[in-house]
Design a protein around this ligand. Structure first.
Ligand code: ADP
Length: 512
């Protein structure tokens, strides 16, 4: 491939569709974005117009090419990354969706999930898929569509329908219906995919009553997925990469060795720990997932998520009006030596991993007559760090338990030495937060030059397949540190603060 090759990354997220044109150094040369309308048919229900997703994605792709002044012949390949689990079913003959896409946040299938738990399917599902039973994943959404869209079940049984997460939906449309496929990371979030055997699971399909004819072929993350049709861009372009957003971010952060971790701090926070060739079964309610699959070889990860990270800053800004903009939090946190014992537990929508307490609600504890805006805002930032430590502790216990049977691992567990934490997302520009994170975790925190890691990961995957990047080792050398934060807090102080956090969490929990 010539050195002037470019890669087009399509990043289809929950709130927007973006296209970024990357050069062969992994530098973004043009970006185009469109906001995506959210459809809320009723409380707890979230849908997207699948046709809109396709139209927007095509529009931003064309616009990024135009802005970059690059013709289709200069594009070595397209990489797709996407919001995960969101479910589309369409007719194979017309290519039209039978319903709006059901978004990952949608809770309509909670009763179905409750039935599955009651009927004792939790262990089987965890063993095969690495997931906990939750409406979050695609399987119950597919079942809901087949049962609730008139005629759908009959069409499904006649082989007339196709299911896809957003990656497959975009691929189908880009290729004019020629390719119905997905990649192993997206497949791993459907709850129908055996992450160990790396194939759709017949028994799970039967359990959810989903005909296997709906499912596409599962490929590596770097693979030949087909060609975007000539008419779309003026020449065919190969589609060469695909991964779900958090998996693409893991690749974009070049977390290629076991023990490497990336954490994305946006509205919420997603942590992924590379566990190598071993799928570590979590005893601490982390998810076991496919980090990426290359050349038929699967690399696994443990994943944990925090529902509220940057969203706490939005609440301080819009709800309490204590700050005018999120970056002000840095100045305020710096303006006081501590929170003077004030702790915020931002459990606005319950607590995620490792607590999984949907009914817990938020609290601010330890207030005194001296507590002011600075202490409360700082407590909101500190909570992000304490929650990250909750996740890393749970992950290191899981990793330790796999090798020595111990479940008491510290943040640098015996089984898998946790490496530095690579961070990205909107919050990581806050230097105070990054330093406190390093202090509370007792782990070095690295911030990269490129924080658009999701799109970059998709570009890397396509570039691997298109020989723009020779190997993941080569990609690893492209990763560049912008800043490092090393732990400076004394152990006694760290443990005292974390114990106070744990005591505060215990006060809001409804289940233990
Ligand atoms: P998402 O991709 O989830 O929309 P982003 O990665 O764009 O989120 O990050 C935006 C979030 O980061 C917002 O919740 C915002 O409050 C928070 N944020 C942005 N800048 C800062 C900052 N300097 N300090 C603290 N929080 C910040």
């Amino acid at each position: 491939m010539s050195p002037e090759s470019f890669i087009l990354a399509l990043d289809q997220g929950t709130t927007s569709s973006r296209a970024i044109l990357f050069d062969h150094h992994g530098v973004a040369r043009a970006t185009s974005q469109r906001e995506l309308a959210q459809v809320f048919p009723a409380p707890g229900l979230v849908e997207h117009d699948a046709m809109q997703i396709w139209r927007d994605t095509l529009a931003v792709a064309r616009s990024a090419l135009e802005q970059g002044g690059v013709g289709p012949d200069r594009i070595a390949g397209i990489g797709i990354t996407n919001q995960r689990e969101t479910t589309v079913i369409w007719r194979r003959d017309t290519g039209l969706p039978i319903h709006n896409a059901i978004v990952w946040q949608d809770r309509r299938t909670a009763p179905h999930c409750e039935r599955l738990r009651r009927d004792g399917h939790e262990d089987l599902i965890a063993a095969r898929t690495g997931l906990v039973i939750d409406p979050y994943f695609s399987a119950t959404k597919i079942a809901w569509l087949l049962d609730n869209v008139e005629g759908a079940r009959g069409w499904a049984e006649a082989g007339e329908l196709a299911f896809g997460t957003i990656d497959s939906w975009l691929l189908w449309n880009l290729t004019g219906g020629a390719s119905h496929a997905t990649d192993a990371t997206n497949a791993a979030r459907t709850m129908l995919f055996d992450i160990h055997r790396q194939c759709w699971d017949r028994e799970l399909c039967q359990l959810f009553d989903i005909p296997m004819s709906l499912l596409g072929e599962v490929r590596d993350c770097a693979a030949d997925f087909g060609h975007a049709e000539h008419d779309l861009f003026g020449a065919p372009i190969a589609i060469l990469g695909m991964a779900g957003d958090q998996h693409a971010a893991t690749v974009g952060q070049a977390c290629f060795r076991p023990g490497m971790i990336k954490s994305t701090y946006g509205t919420g926070c997603f942590v992924m720990l590379n566990t190598g060739a071993e799928a570590v079964a979590s005893q601490n309610r982390m998810l076991t997932t496919v980090a990426y699959r290359l050349n038929g070889k699967t690399t696994y990860a443990l994943e944990g998520s925090i529902f509220i990270a940057g969203a706490a800053m939005q609440w301080l800004r819009d709800g309490l009006k204590l700050i005018a903009a999120a970056p002000e939090s840095e100045y305020l946190a710096n303006s006081v030596a501590s929170t003077d014992g004030v702790i915020m537990v931002p459990a606005f929508t319950g607590l995620g991993a490792p607590y999984w307490d949907a009914d817990a609600r938020g609290a601010i504890l330890g207030l005194t007559r001296d507590s002011g805006i600075a202490q409360i805002v700082r407590a909101g930032l500190e909570a992000v760090c304490y929650q990250t430590r909750d996740l890393l502790l749970a992950m290191s216990r899981d990793a330790a338990a796999t090798t020595d049977g111990s479940t008491n691992g510290s943040a640098g567990g015996a089984g898998l030495q946790l490496d530095t934490l690579r961070v990205d997302g909107g919050m990581v520009g806050n230097d105070w937060l990054m330093q406190f994170l390093a202090d509370i975790l007792d782990v070095t925190v690295d911030r990269p030059v490129v924080t658009e890691t999701t799109a970059l990961g998709a570009a890397y995957l396509a570039g691997l397949q298109g020989s723009v990047f020779p190997s993941i080792a080569d990609i690893g050398t492209q990763w560049q540190r912008e800043a490092t934060f090393t732990p400076q807090m004394e152990t006694g102080e760290r443990e005292r603060l974390y114990a106070a956090w744990q005591a505060a969490v215990a006060r809001v929990r409804t289940v233990s």
